[in-house]
Design a protein around this ligand. Structure first.
Ligand code: SF4
Ligand code: SF4
Length: 385
């Protein structure tokens, strides 16, 4: 099998803890696109302090993972240089009703949008892409922390049932969850595919799904009453424990990569991840991995017209017409993509991988989704996903 498609978790190697490395003038860079910054240049910050809020009150709050001094604030990022050892006031999780419990989690940095009361709750422990298996360590070493998160969710949401989806061949369990083995082949680990495999239905509204690393973050946030500041990030074969906001350039260098001009550094996996434009870009709370794609004589993507071969249609696991969606998006006809059910695309990237003409099909789809994101219809469909 092409290694890009294998989702079998790798054997666990040693973990490189960024906080234990000798790094002079350590800085973090928090991506705050769409957020309202709450700090200005020169402010002192504490570890766990809220740095930016979503003006609409839906996205999780963003926190500093270090104590330090704010050295830059722009529309898209906040940079903080490490300085001292201050910690923010503990979070309060003493509330008792569903709404306020979820709101406490959101203030603690957890994305609560997938959660609906009385749904079936699926914990997805299948790697999203090849090599993005850092959660293996969390499941095997911190099962108790995950159970603490699960207990809170059960109290807040009263789910109809709880299920753990895991790659076939692993012996992971989570008490109180039925186990469902999934064939470890891409794209089976993406949430939409896992939901279909567990329930037999496509995008049923009565199902909520989160990945296992997110359940750990919930448990850890409750346990420490602080936002989770460190995450597990896989870079090549190296697993890092790194503060949120650690620059990708630092991680790829420590993993032994040197990035040349025109190489691509991708947040996430090579099939569905997104390239960063700067090595100063910081990892986000949900980053699971980084990969480096060297430039070659042949570009992986071309500004080429669609030749109508239909290969992307055959390969699309959502049974969409990526050719038509991308053609309309290419020419700015974003609303037309709605009639091709663009909201059902779960961004696996297989259309781009298999495209005969090497078109950036997924990029066009993401562009159209971004342009349409203010329209209620896409928002409604996404919330149901
Ligand atoms: S990324 Fe492409 S192949 Fe994957 S679901 Fe979307 S349209 Fe289909
Ligand atoms: S695979 Fe590429 S060239 Fe072929 S129909 Fe799809 S978008 Fe067009």
């Amino acid at each position: 099998m092409n290694h890009l498609f294998s989702l079998t978790p790798c054997d666990r190697g040693p973990i490189v803890n960024i906080r234990e490395q000798d790094i002079s003038s350590f800085e973090i860079c928090l991506c705050v696109t769409g957020y309202r910054p709450l700090v200005k240049v020169g402010d002192s910050t504490s570890k766990g302090q809220t740095m930016a809020e979503d003006p609409a009150g839906k996205l999780p709050s963003l926190h500093s993972s270090i104590s330090g001094k704010v050295i830059d604030v722009k529309k898209d990022f906040i940079r903080i240089q490490e300085d001292g050892e201050r910690t923010a006031q503990p979070l309060d999780f003493s509330t008792l009703n569903t709404g306020s419990m979820l709101e406490s989690l959101r203030h603690g940095g957890i994305d609560t949008r997938p959660f609906k009361p009385e749904n079936t709750l699926i914990i997805n422990a299948v790697p999203a892409e090849s090599g993005l298996d850092g959660h293996r360590f969390l499941i095997e070493e911190f099962n108790d922390i995950m159970l603490e998160g699960l207990a809170f969710l059960k109290k807040a949401l009263v789910p109809k049932a709880c299920a753990l989806a895991l790659p076939a061949g692993m012996n992971w369990t989570l008490q109180g969850c039925s186990s469902h083995e999934i064939a470890p082949v891409y794209p089976n680990g993406l949430n939409a595919m896992v939901v279909k495999a567990v329930t037999g239905q496509e995008m049923p509204p009565e199902v909520s799904v989160i990945n296992a690393a997110e359940l750990y973050r919930i448990g850890r946030t409750l346990h420490g009453r602080q936002p989770v500041s460190d995450i597990m990030v896989k870079v090549g074969s190296t697993l890092f424990q790194a503060p949120v906001g650690t620059p990708v350039g630092l991680l790829v260098k420590m993993a032994g990569f040197s990035v040349a001009d025109n190489d691509r550094v991708i947040l996430g996996g090579p099939l569905s991840g997104e390239a960063v434009y700067s090595l100063n870009h910081g990892i986000g709370p949900e980053t699971q991995g980084i990969c480096v794609i060297p430039s070659g004589p042949e570009p992986t993507i071309k500004d080429a017209p669609c030749v109508g071969c239909g290969e992307c249609v055959i390969r699309c696991p959502a049974r969409l017409m990526p050719n038509m969606i991308s053609r309309h998006a290419e020419f700015g006809l974003f609303e037309n993509t709605l009639s091709y059910n663009i909201a059902a695309c779960f961004e696996c990237g297989l259309c781009t991988y298999w495209c005969t003409a090497q078109r950036p099909v997924l990029h066009y789809i993401r562009l159209a989704k971004k342009e349409l994101s203010q329209q209620p219809i896409l928002e409604d469909l996404r919330e149901k996903a």
